[in-house]
Design a protein around this ligand. Sequence first.
Ligand code: PLP
Length: 475
Amino acid sequence: MSFDIKSLVAARFGENYALHEKYLNSTLVKVLRTIGFDKCYARAEGCYLYDAAGNDYLDFLSGYGVYGVGRNHPAIKQAVHDALDLDLSNMVQMDCALLSGLLGEAVAQIANDPAAPSPLGAREASFFGNSGTEVNEAAIKFARAHTRRDRVLSLNGSYHGLSYGSLSITQNNNFQSGFGPLLPGVGYVPLGDIAALETELAKGDVAALIVEPVQGKGVHFPGTGGVDADYYQRAQALCRKHGALFVCDEVQCGLGRTGKMFAFEHWGLDPDIITMAKTLSGGLVPVGAITTRRAIYQSVYSNMERCVVHSSTFGRNNLAMVCGLATLAVLRDEKLVERSAERGEQLMTALRDLQKKHEMIKEVRGKGCMIAIEFQKPSSLLLRTAWAMFDKVNKGLFPETIVHFLMKDHRVLTQVAGHNMDVIKILPPYVIGDREIERFINALDAVLTDCRSPFGSVWSFAGNLVKHALAVKKG
Ligand SMILES: Cc1ncc(COP(=O)(O)O)c(C=O)c1O
C-alpha cells in the first residue's frame, strides 16, 4: 500500500497556500494573506491551534462555532477509532442502522423538557443531514409539506446558509447578490416588529417563521438593541394563531453555545421544528439534524411511496452518528452547557470592565460563549477623522483591523461579526478557563490601547487597507 497519510502530511506541509491558490479558492488566499491569517497549523487541541514551531494560537473563532467541546476532544476521537475498529455495516440505506436510531433517541432527549411537555406533542422525530444549510432546507420543505402553504418568513439580518432555500431566507444582500432568482415566496420582517409579522401572517399563506434565537450576524436577540424581551414568545403565539410553524435555527446558537442546550430555552419557547449542526459534529465529522413533532414529520413521509421523498445519501453515516452521540455525551458528562454559561458570563464581565477603560467599546452583548463586542467612534478629533474616513470606504474596516492585530501581536483568532458593522464576534470553545480569558482580555486591552494614538499601528494598518480597497475599486 503506497498511501500513507502521515508521510504525505509530513512531506507536503507548508505547501498549503500554494495548493489553494492553484486548485481551490485563490481569492480567499489573497484575503488571508492581507489580514495575516495565512498560517499553517500543524496540530490542534482544546482551545488552541499550534504551528510547526510550536507557537500556540488561542481559538476564539472555533471554526465558525463548530468547536464547542474544543478541538480533537479525546473521547470523540476515541469513539471514531472504536467505531472504525468495529467494521460496522454503513449506509446500507435500505435498513435501519442502530447508530442513527440511537442519535435520534439522544436528540429527542435534549429537544424536550420532561418537566414541561409540549401540549402540541414532543419533538422526537429527526432527519439527519450533513450541514446546517441542508437541515434548514429540510425545515422549509417540512413546513411547506405540513401546512400546504408556500411562504416562509425570516428576520432581517438573518443567516441560514448558502444553498438556494437557505440563501433565500438569509436576509443579506452580500450573500444573495449575483445568485438570483431566489426561492419565491420568501419574506423578511424586522426582529422586534410584531405588527409587521402579524401583517404577513394574517395573509394566511405563511408556512413558517424561522428565527435564529441568537442571531449569528451581529449577535442580536430580544432584550437588546431596543427589541422587546418577549418578542419571540409573541411571535410564536402569532404563528400558532395563524397556522404557521415556528422554527428555530439552532445551527450556531444551539447545543450549549449560549449557555443553554438550545438558545430558545432562554425565552421558554416551544418551537415546532429545531435545526442544529456545527457543535453536534464534535468538530470531526459533519452532521446536521432537523427535529420536529411526529405529525409534522409524517406530513413529509406520508405514505409508503414517499418513504424516502426527502433523503440524503450520507445523512445517517456511522461516523457522523458516532460524533453526534459522543458529543452529546461529552456535553453531558463534562457539564459543558453549564460551563459555557459560566465562562461566557466571566468573559462578558471582564469585557465590560475593559469597556470602562476603552471608550471605543460601545457595547458588549451575548449569551454564554456567543459574544459581540461593538465599537464606536473615538472622541478625539484626530481619531474621529481617521475613523470616519475608514468608515466611508468600508464600514466594518475598524473591527477587521482589531481582528488582524489580535492575531498578529497576540496569536488570538477572532472574526468580524458580519458585513457593514463595527462588531467583532467571539465564539470560544466552552472549555476555556481563566488562562484563556485572561489572555484574550489582555490582548484586546493592548490592541485598544494602541488605538488611542493616531500614530498607533492599528490606524496605519487600517490606512493600508483603505488604500488597497481604493485601488481595487479603481481597478
Ligand atoms: C444560524 C446558522 N444557520 C445555518 C448555517 C449554515 O450552516 P452550514 O455552514 O453548516 O451550512 C450557519 C452557518 O454559519 C448558521 O450560523
